[in-house]
Design a protein around this ligand. Sequence first.
Ligand code: 4AD
Ligand code: MG
Length: 436
Amino acid sequence: MVKQMPPYTYIENLPSQVGQEVTLRGWLYNKRSSGKVRFLILRDGTGLVQGVMVKNKIPEEDFAAFDRLTQESSLSVSGVVRAEPRAPGGYELDLTAVQPLHLAQEYPIAPKEHGIDFLLNHRHLWLRSPRQQAILRVRDAISRACREFFSGRRFILVDTPIFTPTVCEGTTTLFATDYFGERQAYLTQSGQLYLEAAAMALGKVYCFGPTFRAEKSKTRRHLTEFWMLETEIAFAELPDILELAEALICHLVGQVLAHRRTELTLLERPLAPLEAIQPPFPRLTYSEALERLAAGGHELAWGDDLGAPEETFLSQAFDRPVMITHYPKECKAFYMKPDPADPRTVLCVDVLAPEGVGEIIGGSQREDNLSALQDRLREHNLPPEPLEWYLDLRRYGSVPHSGFGLGLERLVAWICGLHHVREAIPFPRLMDRLTP
Ligand code: 4AD
Ligand code: MG
């Protein structure tokens, strides 16, 4: 008689199935044997569990299958769930059946140290490692928390285009692509300009999607394709978005601490610095930042942009993110509104994460006056024609408005304690990497 298959489950459900016979499907993470007992560790994407095989308590054929199972072979196993505090995950299976599904060829990623290039070349397989899985789970939790934060505050999600006719953040990092042999299209650097139009329709909006920058720099903070969470709010001024950015970061860190502690622990990420992330965040103007930098031996002339060493210095001076406002307008994009109190500066903010990660948020109040914006375009040598539609927003019921963008990978890198953003995205795109 054919034995009926016990119900399929996932490793994450085992705590509620103690004493029951269940079936799991997954991949062989590891195995070992000692005398008449064989141990295999299975992973199924939701966790790891050890299965124990004892000769004569499992069909002969299933027992023999153990020897053929190679690392990362796929298999289905049945067994009775038992609480076992010493086992990884806290549960074990007394196996009643083991069925190989596909025997893996010799797996290229052995449990030894590999170089970063090798691992990146095998990114499609590297994702299976516990560390990379943990990072992806944290990223998932952050993405979900981003949407919850904004929809909970009744912001409307507006999807902005990827193909765009023109620049948003500076001509030097545009990716151009041929558009039917008739014209050039550019991959979007930011959804902001479209989000501004949407804010004039819906009031409070956000977008969350991939953005592209032809960054010719190989740093630990730059990707050529990265995800940005952006928001835009009609009638908001600079102080309003400082408060919103602070609340957003606290919410995201809080959600990861609440739901992804196991992953942070696996990543050996110290939790205390994350637990310190509470409002209020320190706020400094650019000029105040220059004074602090000079006192710390980093002399900059007024007007110079902050580079990575300066950002690192400033971010290490505080135990929570620091908000730097009022940069010289030469350092910033054309759409930022000059400060009426000091028109050499703009009403902008950069939020620097602590622990040396650097800028995670950039935002500003937008220039809402038509002729002032036209002047800014001229100063930046940007032709107005492709941006006429954007200028229309200043022709038909212009209002003060502000917004910001948060770089997802930099946030993930900070929260996970990663040195480089390339591990914070499933398939990183870098100046010298387009595969896999
Ligand atoms: O400061 P940025 O350039 O601001 C904007 O794009 C605005 N239009 C956003 C807005 O106001 N709606 O970029 C915002 C954030 C940065 O703070 C950083 O976290 C991230 O995007 N970022 C990058 N992340 C990874 N790789 C890159 N090459 C990045 N460039 C920017
Ligand atoms: Mg910026």
